[in-house]
Ligand binder design. Sequence first.
Ligand code: 3PG
Length: 389
Amino acid sequence: MITVKGISNQDFNGKKCLLRLDLNIPISENGQILDDTRIRESKPSIDYLLEQNTKVIIVSHMGRPKGKYSSELSFENLLSDFEKILKRKIVLVPFSDQEDALKIINSLDFGTLFLLDNIRFNKGEESSDSEFIKFLSSLADVFINDGFGTIHRNHSSITGVANLLPSFGGILLEKEIEKISQCIQEKAQNSTAILGGAKIQDKIPIIENLSKTFNKIIITGGMIRPFLMASEKIPNSKKINNDEINIAKKILIENEKIFVPDQLICSESIDGEPVLLNASQIKESDNIFDIGPNSLASITNMILSSDKIIWNGPPGVYEKSNFQNGTKKIIDSIVESNASYKVAGGGSTVAAINFFSATEFFTHISTGGGAFLSLLEGKFLQGIEVLKE
Ligand code: 3PG
């Protein structure tokens, strides 16, 4: 099991703490926060550090401004929301001028919570520029990474500073790594992984890694079609390129654990009438938008007899009432099952769980998207490596 040096039992009294968070949160067109989970989940580390008479300097990115200032992506717009959610005053540090940033931090008292404006306004963040890393490190005495959602990135504020300052994993980061690794690694008699998403290429390493410890891997969402083509249940079509079909064929030949639903809810368009079809009836013009009741019954049985379940990728277009039954049934059976591990992650999966108000029934819901997938893949992550005991 991967373990990082945590912050509990550490004495940070009188220290300046650089705290990496993932505040890259979904915002509506009119600037409203659509999901505040990542902010709420950061609160335990912030509180723990500030209770020890420290200065906490939060660093995070939002969006992909590519090294340039963008008023839309400035944390200035969200400061009062952050203050309400964290129940703390925050001093925003604009750092167009690095010396000014340092002056602001040094001039205020211990017990102050600072927030550096979007770190990706600086070119040096994503390029791991050594001067920029030195500057960031000069702001603090210790580095704490609690931004689990960014742990797969090799950037200045993630891996760079960790090489120059004494470094620790925050409370959320430790929890994420522990819960996800346990679910992947623990031995179980029966275990089910549910994987969706559109690109098979991205999922091969995950399927390979999860096959080591899971009995069943259920394919859902956009991957269903190429897998049905690979098993010759539906004819090849222009919709899917040959590479994907060949990859699906290879996975099916090498992996008897794969289950592909073959009764599906289709329609010619997302607003069209739903039609229940067996794989052999699916035509080129039919889009697969959900899983049919027979295939769902098999999936439900697998889930209900599982000791551990991991899920990434909703099976259908759950926002549309015509195509939400599959997602709802999968969530209901996860809720009903007695599995010791019920772990889910990824933006649309978490949104689906929220949509059906089932959050509390999971043992762990990850705040990570790409980071969650990287752990499922068993990938070597530099961001974790630099925090190891
Ligand atoms: C995420 O939302 O997955 C993380 O914040 C990483 O964002 P990125 O893909 O822009 O690096």
